[in-house]
Write a protein of this length. Structure first.
Length: 103
């Protein structure tokens, strides 16, 4: 019967794509976003997106954004190194600012 085999094929495809997608979702979990985690833990309590999406944002370049992040990390007593500052700058830029680095 044509109809049944069609359903079966759909079912097999669904099961196959589900099982195939499993390793990928495990991979996605392993892809930990350190910049996001740091921001969520240390910065989000004061401001979420409003400060980064307000019209009069004081940030116009990636350098300025990085300086701000560095400033806030000092202000918050976090003692972040370049790695943490880079990751949070990158996260904020990806998420809100979408600035391109100056050539
Ligand atoms: C004590 C509260 C507080 C904490 C903690 C804090 N911020 Fe802020 N942040 C503010 C306030 C208030 C402003 C807006 C002040 C201004 O206009 O300069 C701001 C502004 C900013 C801006 C500029 C936004 C823009 O586009 O103009 C950035 C970037 C920023 N914060 C990043 C961070 C990061 C990264 C952290 C964590 C290390 C952090 N902040 C922690 C209160 C805080």
């Amino acid at each position: 019967m044509v109809a049944v085999s069609k359903i079966n094929r759909k079912l097999v495809f669904a099961i196959l794509s589900y099982s195939l997608s499993l390793p990928f979702s495990t991979l996605a979990l392993a892809e930990f976003d350190r910049g996001k985690a740091l921001y969520d833990n240390h910065c989000k309590s004061c401001h979420e997106n409003w400060v980064h999406t307000r019209e009069k944002s004081k940030i116009n370049t990636v350098d300025e954004l990085r300086r701000r992040v560095a400033g806030w990390s000092i202000h918050s007593g976090l003692k972040w190194g370049n790695g943490e500052i880079d990751d949070v700058t990158d996260y904020l830029n990806r998420h809100y600012y979408q600035l391109t680095a100056a050539p």
